[in-house]
Write a protein that binds this ligand. Structure first.
Ligand SMILES: CC(C)(COP(=O)(O)OP(=O)(O)OC[C@H]1O[C@@H](n2cnc3c(N)ncnc32)[C@H](O)[C@@H]1OP(=O)(O)O)[C@@H](O)C(=O)NCCC(=O)NCCS
Length: 191
């Protein structure tokens, strides 16, 4: 297990080094459950500091669909590429697809399985296809806190498996959001 882990870590380091050489810009303290698919133009991708990626994230920096008409004389010069920028302190959920020309964040979360077609503003949780802001950073943080029951941190750290087998959240963000129909616009981020 340890051996497999270290092979994976070495592979990832080498691959990230190659991607940086190929022009990918990625800041410090970025975490990846699995290495995202950075696509064929990694030099069009800029990632800030403290950005987290769940597994299976895909960056798409070009529109390959144009191949369907480029053999026709009129359209033979059509090319469509776009930069992707993820600003500091963002989390990109599992299996998210990020399309060309978008900026995400800072301080934003993209929910699992979302397709990001337009900019995700600062300080929001965005979800869906196409991904849209559904709550602010503060709402997400506050309601996540409210959904967390009181528990003993030592029990969680020492025996995570047994602890989680008996763990239940108090509810979800959506249930709380409906109570007050809060403003879903971008909000300021605390110090
Ligand atoms: C987005 C997320 C953070 C929301 O969790 P939550 O705070 O418990 O929120 P809820 O489950 O109450 O969902 C809030 C609303 O968003 C919707 N929603 C939640 N997750 C969604 C998703 N991935 N895609 C689309 N909509 C989503 C819910 O249906 C709900 O909508 P409603 O108000 O119309 O009922 C969570 O679902 C998520 O996707 N997190 C990332 C998970 C991940 O990638 N984990 C890997 C970690 S390494």
């Amino acid at each position: 297990m340890g051996m497999i882990f270290s092979f994976t870590a070495i592979y990832r380091k080498i691959r990230l080094w190659q991607l940086r050489k190929a022009g990918l810009i990625i800041g410090d303290d970025c975490k990846m459950v699995k290495l995202p698919a950075f696509g064929s133009e990694p030099y069009l991708i800029t990632i800030g500091h403290h950005v987290g990626f769940a597994e299976g994230v895909a960056f798409i920096t070009h529109d390959g669909g144009t191949a369907v008409f480029r053999h026709l004389e009129r359209y033979k010069k059509v090319i469509k590429y776009g930069r992707i920028t993820i600003l500091d302190n963002c989390i990109i959920g599992a299996r998210v697809i990020i399309l060309p020309g978008v900026t995400i964040g800072p301080n934003s979360v993209v929910a699992a399985g979302s397709v990001v077609t337009r900019n995700v503003p600062p300080g929001v949780l965005a979800s869906g296809n196409p991904a849209k802001p559904i709550m602010t950073f503060y709402q997400y943080a506050e309601w996540s806190l409210a959904a967390t029951p009181d528990y003993n941190e030592d029990d969680y750290r020492k025996n995570k498996r047994e602890f989680l087998m008996n763990f239940n959240m108090r509810g979800s963000s959506s249930g709380r959001a409906k109570q007050g129909e809060q403003d879903k616009a971008s909000g300021p981020i605390p110090e």
